[in-house]
Design a protein around this ligand. Structure first.
Ligand SMILES: [Ca+2]
Ligand SMILES: [Ca+2]
Length: 291
């Protein structure tokens, strides 16, 4: 609703040229859709001392006035709304850990004002965040006759699984087994995550003895996404084989092999060094066999 304020700018001129003691009366009305502003309206006297002032206004009436103008100031009506719009965000998506979303996130806004119309708003259209981000802030602002208000939301999205790889050291022996020569194998995990970061990565694991062993681990990022890796087919034998003699030489015993020359008189013994060195002594010991 607009408020009309009227000013009459010129008094009637009397017969002798002196200002008339009489004022000029007029009444003006306008539609509520008339925009605020200053309106200069030309006045002229007409027969019967009645004027229609402007097509936009009706009922104008002047009494015996000389040609002049009046200025009408149209002001906006004071608003009865003293509160700005109410803005409520709505967020849809799958929330993971630590405030991170692990899916696409759609943000919509409810903008209302029960007392007056929303005359303008910015940033209040629905928006979908379909990419990983460490943080984006969305702001909706709206204006009504009650004032301006704005609300913001911050979105963190990580919908990408962390990375993980497993490696075994040392390498196996040529037989494909880890043995006393290689020592026990250890699997080590390497983890990474681009957006929210790694929350936990599996610790290294050292295998004991056994065939066809396996081990796996799971990495978790700060948003709660997971990924796994592992190794399998790990054969470990760290125990040397045992040898049992059934008969024959005993472990630790010493035996002569080869030709044992007959005892010779000392002077002659010096003549047969080759025969003496032909004999050998073998000490029997357990073998350090490998699988
Ligand atoms: Ca309001
Ligand atoms: Ca991630």
């Amino acid at each position: 609703m607009w408020l009309w304020i009227m000013k009459v700018c010129r008094l009637k001129t009397g017969q002798n040229g002196a200002p008339s003691p009489y004022g000029v009366a007029a009444s003006i009305s306008a539609a509520s859709t008339t925009p605020p502003g200053d309106y200069t309206i030309a006045l002229s006297e007409s027969a019967g001392n009645t004027q229609t002032i402007d097509p936009a206004v009706s009922g104008g009436k002047l009494d015996d006035v000389t040609a002049t103008t009046i200025t009408v100031h149209v002001l906006a009506a004071p608003s009865s709304d003293t509160t700005p719009p109410v803005i409520v965000p709505s967020i849809s998506g799958t929330l993971g850990n630590n405030g991170w979303y692990i899916s696409d996130v759609t943000v919509t806004w409810s903008v209302t004002d029960p007392e007056s119309a929303i005359t303008s708003s910015t940033g209040c259209d629905p928006m979908t965040i379909n990419y990983d981000t460490a943080g984006i802030t969305l702001t909706c602002s709206a204006i009504s006759a009650g004032g301006t208000s704005s609300e913001s939301v911050s979105i963190k999205r990580d919908a990408t699984a962390p990375t993980i790889s497993a490696s075994v050291t040392p390498a196996a022996a040529g037989t494909g087994w880890w043995n006393t020569s290689t020592s026990a194998p250890t699997v080590t995990y390497t983890c990474g995550d681009a957006t929210s970061g790694v929350a936990s990565c599996p610790a290294p694991y050292t295998f004991g003895e056994g065939a066809s062993q396996s081990n796996s681990g799971t990495v978790v990022d700060n948003a709660g996404n997971t990924n796994s890796a592992g190794v399998s087919g790990i054969n470990v034998d760290l125990t040397k084989p045992t040898v049992t003699w059934n008969g024959g030489p005993a472990a630790g015993g010493s035996y002569y092999f080869g030709f044992v020359p007959a005892a010779q008189p000392a002077p002659q013994a010096m003549l047969f060094p080759a025969r003496i060195t032909a004999q050998s002594v073998v000490t029997v010991q357990p073998l350090a066999a490998t699988p």
